[in-house]
Write a protein that binds this ligand. Structure first.
Ligand code: PLP
Length: 386
């Protein structure tokens, strides 16, 4: 196995490496006396663990400009999304049984919506345009007096398109509905402010912001009712039963602090690298099409379709050349399916199956971007010859 430094890691939207500072913050909670502290215990070690959880809660609240009492830890971004959708629909009055969402949401949202539908709720899925943008007026038309919740992601995980969240939240509120956004891809990367976004619920997770896997959080505005998914102990003020993963949560808090310190420099740096990568690829090869919006997109995301090459094979060739990226296809039931996002923006299957996503991160350098352009160009030229 190559060391991390030897890999051209261009898959930060899938997961980010754990930052050394995060690991350092987590370690005391995984060894020795502190590892024994259960935050629900009354003795000193328990109280120390509880204080550590509260410190992390403070850091997440600070990252979002929210109140500390509005942050609930979960076991993942997926769980935060499930809690947002199921929890609010289950809490809504019987005459508010309708959910509005979009066709490009993560499966954590789409499959939760489907589950609700199977259990008697109604769901309207708003389409997107060819750049992956949600039209706020289409959301307005989809909302009825029965709508309990509107859920629109902040940025898409595949094509990186950013949505006009504040405008959509205001439309939901005008009609008496709550508004949730899945900010798993933007939290930590872009400066986020709950007062500006105006959302009632927001999902995030640690492993997209240099924290550990298996921990997420849901912001729930004070006064919004959410029925818990898990039943048991009274952890997380009875919204999420189960002994907390103290080490991962402490690391999440540290990750949030680091994000806050670095994001104002990182956003322009990543945007410049993103443009260098895209123009490098388009200048070296014919038939490279950018998927998603050219400017209203995540600063670290380049998603392209490459004419004449198949995405999964391209990805394997990239891996052999030491490049970790993602394809726009997913293996399901043994066959390669083009992604629902690329289909939703209207790409024909032939182009959708050639989608490749590169996502940059804190460790990405200009030199690495140039190496990826060179190796990618050679691979595609070779593949097109056969
Ligand atoms: C937009 C979005 N939502 C939700 C998730 C799920 O988060 P987790 O992996 O923590 O379950 C992801 C992960 O890829 C994501 O990109």
């Amino acid at each position: 196995m190559d060391t991390f430094e030897e890999i051209l890691y261009f898959d930060h939207a899938a997961t980010t490496p754990v930052a050394p500072e995060v690991l350092e913050a987590m370690l005391p909670w995984l060894q020795g006396a502190f590892s024994a502290g259960n935050p629900s215990s009354i003795h000193r070690l328990g109280r120390e663990a509880r204080a550590a959880l509260d410190g992390a809660r403070d850091s997440i609240a600070n990252l979002l400009q929210a109140d500390y009492s509005e942050i609930y830890f979960t076991g993942s971004g997926t769980e935060a999304d499930n809690l947002a959708l199921l929890g609010t629909l289950w809490s809504a009055s019987p005459d508010r049984n309708h959910l509005v969402t979009t066709s490009i949401e993560h499966h954590a949202i789409l499959h939760s919506a489907h589950f609700l539908q199977e259990h008697g709720y109604t769901v309207t899925t708003v389409p997107v345009d060819s750049q992956g943008c949600v039209d706020p007026e289409a959301v307005r038309s989809a909302i009825t007096e029965k709508t309990a919740l509107v859920s629109v992601m902040h940025a898409n995980n595949e094509i990186g398109t950013l949505q006009p969240i504040t405008e959509i939240a205001q439309i939901a509120h005008e009609r008496g509905a709550l508004f949730h956004t899945d900010a798993v891809q933007t939290a930590g990367l872009l400066p986020l402010s709950i007062p500006t976004l105006d959302c009632d619920l927001l999902s995030l997770c640690a492993h997209k912001m240099y924290g550990a896997k298996g921990v997420g959080a849901l912001f729930v505005r004070q006064g919004v009712k959410v029925t818990p998914l898990l039943h048991g102990g009274s952890q997380e003020r009875e919204k999420r039963a189960g002994t907390e993963n103290v080490a991962a949560i402490v690391g999440f808090g540290r990750a949030a602090e680091l994000a806050k310190e670095t994001q104002t420099q990182e956003v322009p740096r990543l945007t410049t690298l993103r443009e260098r990568l895209l123009s490098g690829l388009q200048n070296s090869l014919e038939g490279v099409r950018l998927n998603g919006h050219p400017t209203l997109r995540l600063p670290h995301n380049v998603n392209i379709s490459v004419e004449g090459v198949e995405g999964a094979t391209l990805l394997m060739n990239l891996d052999r050349q030491g490049i970790a990226a993602s394809s726009g296809s997913a293996c399901s039931s043994g066959s390669i399916e083009p992604s629902h996002v690329l289909k939703a923006i209207g790409l024909p299957d032939s182009l959708a199956s050639t989608g490749i996503r590169f996502t940059l991160g804190r460790g990405t350098t200009e030199q690495q971007v140039d190496q990826v352009v060179d190796r990618f160009t050679q691979i595609v030229r070779r593949m097109r010859r056969f």
